[in-house]
Design a protein around this ligand. Sequence first.
Ligand code: NAD
Length: 354
Amino acid sequence: MNPFVYTGFAGRVVFGEGSLQRLPEEVERLGARRAIVLSTPEQRASAEAVAARLGDRAAGVFDRAVMHVPIETAAAAREYAASRGADACVAVGGGSTIGLGKAIALTSDLPIVAVPTTFAGSEMTAIWGITEAGVKKTGRDARVLPKAVIYDPLMVMSLPAWIAAPSGMNAIAHCVEALYAIDANPIVSMIAEEGIRALAASLPRLVSDPGHAGAREQALYGAWLAGTALNGVSMAIHHKLCHTLGGTFNLPHAETHTVVLPYATAYNRDAAPEAMVRIRRALGAFDEGDAARGLLALARAIGAPTSLRAIGMPADGLERAADLAVQNPYFNPRPIERAAIRELLERAYAGAGP
Ligand code: NAD
């Protein structure tokens, strides 16, 4: 075994069908009396239902969360929290809503209780992101890690298949990269492999039958593990490519991860053989004899997008994307070579297969 360093994080997780009922207790545990509830405009009704559960501990609903936390939205949310005299914030939603909570916590130390409703995994990480003038800055700060996370599988029941499928693949991407991270360690690798297993086993069922309680539970369990893996180690080429493509061409987050994942995995195929074995093992029925092909087979089976063209990537952006992806040297099991990255992008653009 290689020597390793492992840091544990002290987030509290409450998991199980109906666990949202425990929200008032969790807010009380933090000693908070005036919690604001955050959501996207589309999830306003959910946020209001959550605020109603909080009764007189609720101090209002702010429903302006959008993808990538624009600085203007962060400023408005911070102002709202201050104007309501908030002493906690409950984020009900996916990565965008939880990201908004993090933006508030970053400047105010307001504790966050997260109620995730997608599989993105942000609730388990100390990673924040804020977009200013079209450029997304990210960083790590212990203040933004939610103090408590309530995983209630009932909250993903309303998730349409077209959001659930890419969101699940986004979670798998965290696990895949954790397995070949520069700072990989046996604990996080175990978590990551189990995360892929839980998601690959549940997503096909979930997209065909969102009412299936077992599938919802397994997928959310996988998302928790994936978020933990993302927080526990550093990411590599896949996350760098998705960050570049999402930021520069405004491509949708989870869909970009879905499309790129098989190609990034193939890029590292020979350089990270142990990770490939673990991915294949975890893919179960989708093990096609190759990790990258297996991931593509899973994406196809759940009806997720499989080409950059289909999600709005301009063909004339590939050169620029390749240039950006090779900037600022970073660790990847296989060295970053521009020509090979350019080819990867070409294949992902066309959906040519890894
Ligand atoms: P999202 O939060 O933008 O949600 C996508 C859409 O789904 C929204 O319209 C939302 O209202 C809707 N939705 C969410 N849950 C629903 C439900 N249960 N029922 C019906 N509709 C629902 O998307 P996301 O993929 O969860 O998050 C993406 C963002 O999160 C990106 O900005 C990404 O960078 C960030 N992110 C951050 C981290 C981190 O660790 N900081 C990790 C993962 C993602």
